[in-house]
Design a protein around this ligand. Sequence first.
Ligand SMILES: Cc1cc2nc3c(=O)[nH]c(=O)nc-3n(C[C@H](O)[C@H](O)[C@H](O)COP(=O)(O)OP(=O)(O)OC[C@H]3O[C@@H](n4cnc5c(N)ncnc54)[C@H](O)[C@@H]3O)c2cc1C
Length: 387
Amino acid sequence: MDFELSDEQRMYRDVLRDFVDREIRPVAQEWEDSGRYPTEIVEKMRVLGLFGLTVPEEYGGLGADMVSFALTFEEIAKGWMGIAGILGSHSLSCWLLARHGTEEQKARYLPDLASGKRRTGIALTEPDAGTDLQGISTTAVRDGDFYVLNGRKTWITNARYADPLPVLCKTDISAVPAHKGMSVILVEAGTPGFTVERDLPKLGYKGTESCEVLFENVRVPATQLLGGVEGRGMQQVLSGLETGRINVAARALGIAQAAYDEALRYAGERRAFGQMIGEFQAIQLKIAEMAAQVQAARLLVYWAASRSDGGHRVDMEAGMAKAFASEAAVFCALNSMQVHGGYGYSKEFIVERLYRDAPLMMIGEGTNDIQRVVIARALLAGKASIG
Ligand SMILES: Cc1cc2nc3c(=O)[nH]c(=O)nc-3n(C[C@H](O)[C@H](O)[C@H](O)COP(=O)(O)OP(=O)(O)OC[C@H]3O[C@@H](n4cnc5c(N)ncnc54)[C@H](O)[C@@H]3O)c2cc1C
C-alpha cells in the first residue's frame, strides 16, 4: 500500500502551491471583503492551463488525473475557497462535454474551454427543486430544428461568464419516471430570452458569482442537445456530480488544512499567563483533533480520486470524502476560531473567512444528508463495499 503522491503529482502540487502563495493569498482577504471580481487571478489560472483540467489533451486540455484534479482544488481553497467555483463548475461541465458531447459539440467548445477563452458552469437547481432534480420545471419543447426553453434556475455559479451554459430541463414532461424525459441543453450567452437576473447575497464564497437566471422562450438549435439524444440528461449530470463531489471534498480539505495551519501558528505565537497558549492542554486537544480530522479527510479525498483514476464508479467513495471533509472543514474552522480567541472573530484574521466559507461544502454538489443516502444505497445494493 502506497499513500504517497507520484513525483509528477508532487511537482504539480508545488507549482500550484507557489501560484497560490504568490497570486491568491496576498489579495484574498482584501478582495473578498470588497466583493471585487478576481479578474487577474482568472487570467493567471488561464495561463497556467487550469481551465483545461478535465479537457482531454487532444482538445488542448491537461487531461489531468483525478488526484491532480483534487490537489488543484485543495491548494486553491487553502488560499481562497471563494474563487474555487470559477474553476469547479467549469471543470464539471467540461467533463460532461468531453464524456457525453457529440463530436461536433466537443470540437466546437472544448478547445476554447480548455484555453479559458470560453468559460462555463452548470444550471441544475431551481427555486423549487434542488436535491429533487426530477422535480424541476424548466422545459425544452422541440419546434422544428430548435428547442424552446422556459424556466428559472437559481444559485448558478459562473452564470455571468458561462458560454455555453449546460441547462438541465425536461424535454418530455409526461415521462415516467421523470428522469427519462430529462435532457441537458447547451445555451450560449447572448441568446435572446436568456437573462442573468441577479446575484444572490450570501454568507461566504465571495469571488464567484451565484446567480438566478431566467429562460423566456429561448430558441436554441436542436444540435445543442448534449449528446444528441433526448432523455439522457439526468444520467449525464449524475455522472458529472461524481467528479464534482471530489472537487468539493478537496476544497473542504483545503479549508480544513488552512484552519489547522492558522491555529498551529497562532498557538505558537500568542502568550497568556506567562506562556504560549499552545502549552495549555485545552489548546493541544484542539490542535490534535484538527490534525487528525484534516489527515483523515485527506486520505478519503485522495482515495476517492485514485479509485476514480482506476476506472471505478466512485459514488460511495466521493460521497464519503465529501461528507467527511466538509464536516472536518466546519469543525476545524470553528476550533481554529476558538484557538484565536477574540481575534478569530475579526475580519483581519483569515479564520473568520474560513468559518464563513466552510458550511457551503456541506451543501454544494448535494447536501451531506444526500451523500449519506448515496453511500448507504451503494452499500445496501452491493455496488460498493468497505473493509
Ligand atoms: C453558493 C452556492 C452555489 C451553488 N452553485 C450551484 C450551481 O452552480 N449550479 C446548480 O445547479 N446549483 C448550485 N447550487 C445549488 C445546490 O446544489 C443546492 O442548494 C443543493 O443541491 C441543495 O438543494 P436545495 O438548496 O434546493 O435544498 P433542498 O433540496 O430543498 O433541501 C433542503 C433540506 O432537505 C434535505 N433533503 C431534501 N431531500 C432529501 C431526501 N430525499 N432525504 C433526506 N434529506 C433531504 C436536504 O438535505 C436539506 O437539508 C449552489 C448552491 C449554493 C449555496
